[in-house]
Ligand binder design. Structure first.
Ligand code: FAD
Ligand code: UDP
Length: 400
């Protein structure tokens, strides 16, 4: 049915079987499944002026395809997710590689065999590597917090080096906390790799970039006769659950509502705000073919920014004589300030606060929370797609 700006005069929610809040992965996947598997008429409300959520990409003034909300690399081990998304795009082969700038020297991250030899010299690096192989096995991933627990002095030397030079300063910049103070699953996303593979996601059999970009993938997913997308519409203006019942445009609503935004906002943060980190993304176009050797360089010992991404190195776009890079500066998110909540700060207290908000809507059987914001989770694109497929399976089963 198309994508339009604003809600038309006389918008009647009862003429839709489902209302989806948010046009990112969570919302778009659910909308598509409800439309095509149940014949439901779906209205998507999106407060931004574009679809695709944080995966949105577009051409900048220099004609370079950029990711407006940070570098997005598709990778998954989940065949179902891959099959579903592949209906809407071809993939350009791309294996993401990251280098850490450690006091000016560029070393592969995840820290691996090559990095060890760069850090300690060939001979000692090899000896330490053999020790790692003997302890953990070959081609094994070892989270830094686990490596730090080993009592062996040589392993402790490796752990100290990696902790100090790869994780400590970067994590302080990204989270405002040391690696010991955050959930170990976060640093565990980038384990030390006992092997030679220098890819960031060595475990993912499906990896690449959507051939015509993420926004195009979303355009195709949302291109369905039963789906209408309304941009620039904040759902909180018409959707409310505050009284324990689902109200849309001032009347009880009997259709399904899939909500993919932050749940605390629905209650005006009345139990307190769920904390997040936000990012300032600073883009710069340079008059040169290439700026750095890989897609992303992490600045793990110096600089105020965490990383620099060079988009052409990821998308494979060929544009001679110019390139666009982006620096990420992380900071605390202030609710209501217009900032984007990018990373949930997952701690026992914040998870408990989330559970309290969630409990408030648990009795509303036609109101569903899904997505990185609505579930308050550290999901990658594949994880959020999987979660949306699961929810839509339930809804499809109920409505058929
Ligand atoms: P979102 O993409 O945030 O979409 C939610 C949408 O809901 C938004 O468009 C928002 O505007 C809208 N919305 C919220 N509230 C309302 C409201 N009240 N009314 C109307 N609309 C509303 N994943 C990877 O797999 N690989 C990567 O390389 C990768 N890199 C990332 C880099 C960064 C910096 C970040 C922050 C994330 C990255 N991710 C990556 C994760 C990826 O962005 C998410 O998994 C995915 O975008 C989540 O989709 P979503 O639909 O849950 O949320
Ligand atoms: N990390 C780090 N140094 C690095 C890479 C990652 O300290 O060079 C830590 C940091 O705490 C970061 C986390 O590992 O937040 C997860 O990194 P990832 O690259 O997965 O983060 P994302 O791409 O989601 O921002």
């Amino acid at each position: 049915m198309g994508i339009v700006n604003g809600l038309p005069a006389g918008f009647n929610p009862d003429s839709y079987d489902a209302i989806v809040v948010g046009a990112g992965y969570a919302g778009a996947v659910c909308a598509r499944r409800l439309a095509e598997s149940c014949g439901m008429k779906v209205a998507i409300l999106e407060r931004r002026n574009h679809i695709a959520g944080n995966a949105y990409d577009c051409l900048d003034d220099a004609g370079i395809l950029i990711h407006k909300y940070g570098p997005h690399i598709y990778h998954t081990t989940n065949d179902r997710v891959h099959e579903f998304l592949s209906r809407f795009t071809e993939w350009t082969p791309y294996q993401h590689k990251v280098l850490a700038n450690i006091h000016g020297q560029l070393m592969p991250v995840p820290f691996n065999h090559t990095s060890l030899k760069m850090a300690f010299g060939d001979e000692k690096g090899e000896r330490l590597y053999q020790k790692l192989v003997a302890t953990f096995g070959h081609d094994k991933k070892v989270p830094i917090m686990e490596l730090r627990e080993k009592n062996d002095p040589e392993l402790a030397e490796v752990a100290d080096f990696v902790y100090q030079n790869v994780f400590l300063y970067y994590t302080m910049k990204q989270w405002g906390k040391t690696p010991d103070q955050i959930d170990p699953s976060i640093t565990g996303r980038v384990p030390v790799f006992v092997g030679d593979d220098d890819r960031y996601f060595p475990q993912a059999p499906h990896q690449g970039m959507p051939a015509e970009g993420y926004t195009k993938l979303f355009e195709r997913m949302l291109d369905h006769d039963l789906i209408s997308v309304f941009l620039g519409v904040d759902a909180r203006d018409i959707v409310s659950v505050r009284t324990g019942e689902l109200v849309v445009c001032g009347k009880p609503y009997g259709g399904e509502v899939v909500y993919t935004g932050p749940i605390d906002e629905l209650f005006d943060l009345d139990l307190g705000a769920l904390p997040y980190r936000t990012l300032d993304m600073v883009f710069e176009t340079l008059p040169q073919d290439q700026f750095q050797p890989v897609g992303t360089v992490n600045y793990t010992t110096t600089e105020d920014y965490t990383r620099i991404t060079e988009f052409k190195n990821m998308t494979g776009q060929v544009v001679p004589g110019r390139t666009t890079i982006m620096r990420e500066y992380s900071k605390s998110y202030e609710p209501g300030s217009g900032q984007t909540p990018y990373y949930a700060i997952l701690e026992p207290e914040t998870k408990a606060l989330y559970a309290k908000y969630r409990e408030r809507v648990s009795g509303i059987l036609n109101f569903h929370l899904v997505g990185r914001l609505a579930e308050y989770r550290y999901y990658d694109m594949d994880g959020v797609t999987a979660s949306a497929l699961d929810l839509s399976d339930e809804l499809v089963a109920q409505h058929n």
